[in-house]
Design a protein around this ligand. Structure first.
Ligand SMILES: C[S@@+](CC[C@H](N)C(=O)[O-])C[C@H]1O[C@@H](n2cnc3c(N)ncnc32)[C@H](O)[C@@H]1O
Length: 265
């Protein structure tokens, strides 16, 4: 079993980037992400409108181990550039989730110099900004997404719902401490259940939804913005029926664990 103290020490290396060691990257793949597969991940293609974008070029920033990237690529006739700052994560992605329509790339100084201006039709960042602890860096990353997206292209950010901290007992994760009110940019303790039932303690950064709106506007996302906060009832017809039936999903009936913010370039 992974020792949480060691995990935190590895994770909290200076320089913002998380998941940079093979051990942390590997541990990430052991987290119980069934809640994300219920009310997060399957809503990304809907928010991006991928059904209406055959042949599209999708950029997945902070792709991690590539399971989500490939799940989307298997279901849509698109090509994806999947980008991450962690070589360890990309090693996992390339070995465990290779896909003919997915090109895994290492970002360079938080940029994507291998992508031309306006070359992408859509972009997504799934649980990337929880591990970005600096608003300026968030702006740099969103500016870079805006550069590679062509006008009219959508960018969807999937995040834990900032309005649901510490008092909701979601399946698989607990965020924050009781009685603490978090402000944008604050460090937030998070407990994540692993598939073997043990728990990992990590830290995330809490970002308010207003911060995303500001950063997106500053980056030039001037088109319509929408927000989706799915509940269990929304999962029918979207998520795997076996997953829906597998657990009680008590908190998920009333409290949306995630938010998808979609902005238009
Ligand atoms: C929580 S994981 C999310 C992985 C995947 N998108 C998912 O939803 O399962 C966050 C990922 O963002 C990557 N990351 C962190 N900082 C980054 C940065 N500045 N640029 C690109 N990727 C970054 C990490 O290496 C990690 O793979």
């Amino acid at each position: 079993m992974q020792d949480t103290a060691t995990l935190s020490a590895e994770r909290l290396m200076p320089g913002v980037i998380s998941y940079e060691t093979p051990r942390v990257a590997d541990d990430y793949c052991r987290w119980d992400d069934s809640g994300s597969w219920l009310l997060g991940y399957p809503f990304l293609p809907l928010a991006l409108g991928l059904d209406e974008l055959p042949g599209a070029h999708l950029v997945d920033l902070g792709c991690g181990p590539g399971d989500l990237t490939c799940w989307i690529a298997d279901r849509h006739p698109i090509r994806t550039t999947a980008v991450d700052a962690s070589a360890a994560m990309l090693d996992l992605a390339r070995s465990q989730h290779p896909h003919p329509a997915v090109d895994y790339r290492l970002s360079l100084d938080n940029g994507m110099p291998f992508l031309d201006d306006g070359c992408a039709d859509a972009a997504m960042a799934s649980f990337l900004f929880t591990c970005i602890d600096d608003r300026k860096l968030m702006q740099i990353l969103v500016d870079e997404v805006a550069r590679v997206l062509h006008p009219g292209g959508r960018f969807t950010i999937l995040m834990p719902n900032p309005d649901q901290v510490h008092d909701a007992a979601f399946e698989g994760f607990h965020r924050g401490e009781p009685g603490v009110r978090y402000r944008s940019g604050d460090t937030l303790p998070v407990r994540l259940r692993r598939e073997d039932g043990s728990w990992a303690s990590i830290t995330n950064t809490y970002w308010a939804r207003e911060t995303f709106q500001e950063v997106l506007a500053e980056a030039g996302f001037t088109g319509p913005t929408t927000e989706l906060t799915p509940l269990l009832a929304d999962a029918y017809g979207v998520a795997d029926p076996a997953l829906i039936a597998s657990r009680p999903w008590t908190a998920e009936r009333e409290r949306p664990p995630f938010i998808l913010i979609t902005a238009t370039r």
